[in-house]
Design a protein around this ligand. Structure first.
Ligand code: ADP
Ligand code: MG
Length: 373
């Protein structure tokens, strides 16, 4: 079992607040990814769960039991670090069996467990080698095997793939997803890489500055980011975000900015102008011949092989469109773009929070109810 709960957990380093009042409930069997920029507190949060450091305030529960003060050894958790920390003088088999030997398991019990875990991770052929004779990916698997051999309730991983090259990282990502599916244990996985988070997580907790900004499935965070921070963090290329104003025109609300006038599909008799930030994903902007909502100039076109990234400028705002090839756009030429109302994200400019309209004609919108049409 491996349900992990954090209740109002804070961590101070001197005057630095590394973690601020975090609440998080990780269900047994989840693949929870702690995601966020460097320095936002991901490793600190994981180390708090592992018991390597103590919270300044708050409680941590494992399967309902308060483990806040419990030493790391007594927690039913296994930690896998970025540096694999294998013993260079020991064979793969001895490295994997190490946690059991220090717990005084019998020789045959250790050998059986090592063989079973090695088979799971495709390491059976390598048991006699030493770490120096392994590739980075193989070392990573040995580190994982050493964590798995204890059959812990949860695995805690801190950027375990960041030392691998791009190809191996992608392959190991797939392996980890399969492994999680097979063993069904709780995984808490730290990364700053949004692609890892999107592909592996059952839920993502996106952190900023010691706080959790949003928790949800990858689709929830991608489709309904609750702030400009979340909107800008997930997605590559990132969501286009630019300042605009909401105004009412002929009974409908529009998002208006230089070169931009997007009807929002929301009826309104009259509405005060309101400063907002508009968000549109690059794949949700279509190059069109007529009925443009954005009139811009093409700056550069990047050919990605399967598609094109068309960089444009609307007023002074640089925007990016992801389009099928060939888009037949030319640098320096004018371009017309259309956007569907449901693909426009709206955020309050002061708070950065997602906006929604209260009337029932906009069921897809969720967020702070600031506007009433
Ligand atoms: P992340 O893993 O997201 O990059 P960390 O959890 O390592 O972030 O760090 C969060 C914040 O806490 C940073 O501002 C970092 O400088 C600070 N910090 C981390 N560890 C210590 C420490 N041992 N002493 C003082 N400050 C620390
Ligand atoms: Mg870290």
């Amino acid at each position: 079992m491996g349900r992990i709960q954090l209740e109002s957990v804070s961590k101070m380093y001197g005057n630095t607040q590394a973690i601020e009042d975090v609440d998080l409930d990780i269900a047994d069997g989840e693949f929870l990814v702690l995601l966020g920029p460097s320095g936002c507190g991901k490793s600190t949060l994981l180390r708090l769960v592992a018991g390597l450091i103590q919270p300044s305030s708050g409680r941590i529960l494992l399967d309902g039991n308060d483990i806040t003060a419990a030493p790391p050894r007594s927690r039913d958790l296994a930690m896998v670090f970025q540096s694999y920390a294998l013993y260079p003088h020991l064979t793969v088999a001895k490295n994997i069996g190490f946690p059991l030997r220090s717990r005084r398991f019998s020789r045959t019990a250790i050998a059986d467990s090592v063989a079973a875990v090695a088979a799971t991770l495709d390491l059976s052929e390598l048991l006699g080698r030493r770490p120096a004779e392994l590739s980075g990916g193989q070392r990573q698997r040995v580190a994982l095997a050493r964590a798995m051999v204890r059959d812990p309730g949860a695995f805690l991983m801190d950027e375990p793939l960041s030392n691998l090259d791009a190809k191996l990282r992608s392959a190991t990502r797939t392996e980890l997803i399969e492994l999680h599916r097979r063993i069904g244990a709780t995984f808490v996985y730290v990364t700053h890489d949004q692609v890892e988070a999107m592909t592996m997580a059952t839920r993502i907790a996106l952190m900023d500055n010691g706080r959790i900004e949003q928790v949800g499935t990858p689709a929830e965070l991608y489709d309904t980011p609750r702030s400009t921070f979340v909107a800008g963090f997930l997605g590559a290329p990132p969501m286009n975000l630019f300042d605009a104003t909401v105004t009412e025109s002929r009974g409908e609300l529009h998002a208006v900015a230089p070169g931009v006038n997007i009807p929002l599909g929301i009826e309104a008799d009259s509405h005060p102008e309101h400063p907002i930030v508009v968000g549109i994903r690059p794949e949700k902007m279509q190059v069109v011949d007529t009925h443009a909502h954005v009139e811009a100039v093409v700056t550069t076109v990047e050919n990605l092989g399967s598609e094109e990234l068309i960089h444009i400028r609307a007023g002074s705002n640089p925007l990016c469109i992801r389009a099928p090839r060939p888009s037949n756009t030319e640098p320096g030429a004018p371009v017309a773009v259309s956007v569907r109302p449901e693909d426009v994200h709206l955020f309050d400019r002061d708070s950065g929070r997602r906006l929604m309209w209260t009337p029932e004609n906009t069921p897809a919108r969720t967020g702070t109810p600031l506007f009433v049409a």
